[in-house]
Design a protein around this ligand. Sequence first.
Ligand SMILES: [Zn+2]
Length: 424
Amino acid sequence: MSVRAWGAAVLRPYMTMGNGESVVRRGKTAGKMPALPGGGHIVPAWGAACRAPTRVCVIRSAAVFANSNGGGGKLARKIGRVGYDFYSMTMYARLRSMLLKLDHIIAHSGIGLSGSEGVLLSFLFHGLFDDLGGTDSEGGEAQQGITVEMFECFVEYFHRHCYTFVSPNEVAHGLDSNGKYVLVTFDDGYFSNTKALPVLERHGIPAALFVSTDHVLQGKAFWWDVVERESLKRRMPQSHVNQVHETLRRLRTADAEAFVQAEFGPRALRPVGDRDRPFTLPELSEITKHPLISLGNHTSNHDVLTNYSAGEVRAQIESAQEIIGSIVGKAPNFIAYPNGEISDSVLEAARASGMQFGLSVNPGRNRLPIVAGSLAAMKLKRFALTGDAAIEPQCRVSRSMISLYRAGQSVKRSVGARFAAERA
Ligand SMILES: [Zn+2]
C-alpha cells in the first residue's frame, strides 16, 4: 500500500465531507444524532455516511457538523480549519525525537546542570498504573503511561539530588530564592491517584490534585479516554487517534462529549473501571483529609478555557471553586488550566476569580522568586514525564538549563498563538 493510500485509509473513519448538510441528508443515522447548540447534528463518521472520500477527506479530520441555524455551522467551520497534514505530523514527530535525544546528550554531559538553584520544577501526572500491562490491556486509557514504580523512581531521583518537595500552599507562602523545589501535581481527578499515596507517605512528600468537579459529581469518564478505549477496540492507528484528540479539544466539553456519545453510543461516557474513573465525591472528601494532599481548580467540566467567553471562563472556574471550597473548607488559589490552554483573557478571568497561581503544560523551569498574581505565577511551567522512556533521563533533562526541545516548543507556541490571533 502506498503511503498516500495508507494515509487515506487510516483517516477514512474521521473524514470530513465538504458539505456537511448533504451528508446529514444521506446519513442513515443522522436523525438519531444528538442536537448541537444552535440546532445542528453530529454525523457519525465511523462506517456511516462517508462513502466517497474526497481530497478533503484525506487531509481533514473528525466529525461533520451540519446546521442550518448557525451554531453548528460555526462549529463546522471551526473544525474545517483544523486541517492536519499527516506528513507534517510525521515530520514533527521526527524533529521532536531528534531534539529530545540532543537534550539527553546535553543533560548527560552535565552542560546546563549548573545553576540548578533558585528554581521550582513542577510535574504533571494523570492516572497511575500498577504495571505497564495495565495501561493498555483493557482499554487504552494509558494517559502518560506512568506506573507507580516509575512515579517512585521520579521521587527518588529528585530526593537524591537534594530537591525539596513542596505543596501549592508552600509555594504561595514564598520559597527561598536559592532553593531547589519540586511541585507534584495530578490533573483531572482520577481515582487511580490513590496509588500514589503509599509513595508520598514513604517519602513524606506533598501532592496536589487538580480536579474537574463535574466529572466527580456525575461520575463520568473523560472523553479522551473514551476515544482511546474505543479506537483501540477498532484497532485504529495512534496517529489517527491523535488527530481526533486535536480536533475535539478545540470544542467545548459538551460538544466533544456529544461527539463521542454519537460515535460510540450513549453509554460511552460510563467509566469501565477504576483506571479511567474519577473519584466519587465521598472518596475525594476522604483523600483530601490526608495531610499530604491538597486540591486545586481544574474548572467545573474540564473546559478548555480558550473555547469560552471571559464570562463563561469565570463561571466555570467559580463553580469549581464552590465545590472544592465545600469539600476542604477553603477555595484554592491555584488553577491548572485544562490542556494548558491560556490566553490573555483567560488569565484575566482566572485572576478575577481569585486565582493567584496557574499551571500550564509548557515544559520549563520556574525561576524563583514567584510573586503571587504575577504573569509568571499565572503561567507556571510544568513537565510531563511519559512511561514510554526511561524516567531518570527525563528527570535529568528537566533540571537542565539548556533544552533544544523546550526552545522549539516555545517557537511553536508563539507561531500557534499568532495563527490563533489571525483566525479569531
Ligand atoms: Zn486535565
